[in-house]
Design a protein around this ligand. Structure first.
Ligand code: GAR
Length: 226
């Protein structure tokens, strides 16, 4: 029974593993959201196939077909309206959005970013984290505001940076945590327990212990004693 569930549209540009994680959780009993559509700005994005196989409606709004960012966003916005989206979940959506578009979805658009914001906004976050020599890295789910990767933070997940890590190994470890925190954040927003109010994230009835369990994946770093 889907009545009363928030209608979520996921925006993707590529692989779609976060979208898949959102979909997996959407099937759990009591989940307050459903994924009603997946929209990609890249034709042939791998995530589109996965969504279609899962029986989710897909659409492509190719940014290259438009002369301006605004023209692209106008059609993207209309597409979201066709899906009757309540919430927009950017899941590896690699487009910078204008203030006008973001304003239309204020408090209803989430993004996941592969770093512990405000560290490492933008691209190549894992490479930059390794270069900076940080010992803890991770991912952030935040409400989208016009400032790139600068919106109010809903939840973060952290992973250790290990001595032998290369970009791929670190990215894979962070991705595990992304797949945990994004569905959890979307769940809370869809349930109305996490909101954007006057530029700040307000949560109610989201137990700290539950959030804390999501912060770190179960990574074995220390040699076992037994
Ligand atoms: C994810 O790591 C996501 O955090 C990142 O792109 C990847 C998409 O993977 N997003 C950004 O960098 C946004 N600034 P996915 O398509 O498998 O979810």
């Amino acid at each position: 029974m889907t009545q009363g569930r928030k209608r979520v549209v996921a925006l993707i540009s590529g692989r779609g593993s976060n979208m898949e994680a959102l979909l997996r959780v959407a099937r759990l009993p009591g989940c307050p959201y459903e994924i009603v559509g997946v929209v990609s700005n890249v034709p042939g994005a791998k995530g589109l196939e996965m969504a279609a196989r899962a029986g989710v409606a897909t659409a492509v709004v190719n940014h290259r077909s438009f002369e301006t960012r605004e023209a692209f966003e106008e059609v993207l916005h209309e597409t979201l309206l066709v899906f009757a989206a309540d919430i927009v979940a950017c899941a590896g959506f690699m487009r910078i959005m204008t203030e006008g578009f973001v304003g239309r979805w204020e408090g209803r658009m989430l993004n996941i970013h592969p770093s512990l914001l405000p560290l490492f906004r933008g691209l190549h976050t894992h490479r930059r984290a390794l270069k900076a020599g940080v010992k803890v890295h991770g991912a952030t789910v935040h409400f989208v505001t016009p400032e790139l990767d600068g919106g109010p933070i809903i939840i973060q997940g952290a992973v250790p940076v290990l001595p032998d890590d290369d970009e791929g190994a670190l990215a894979a470890r962070v991705l595990q945590v992304e797949h945990r925190i994004y569905p959890a954040a979307l769940w809370q927003v869809a349930a109305g327990k996490c909101r954007l109010e006057e530029g700040r994230v307000k949560t109610s009835d989201w137990p700290v212990a539950e959030r804390a369990r999501l912060f770190c994946p179960d990574v074995d770093i220390l040699p076992r004693q037994d």
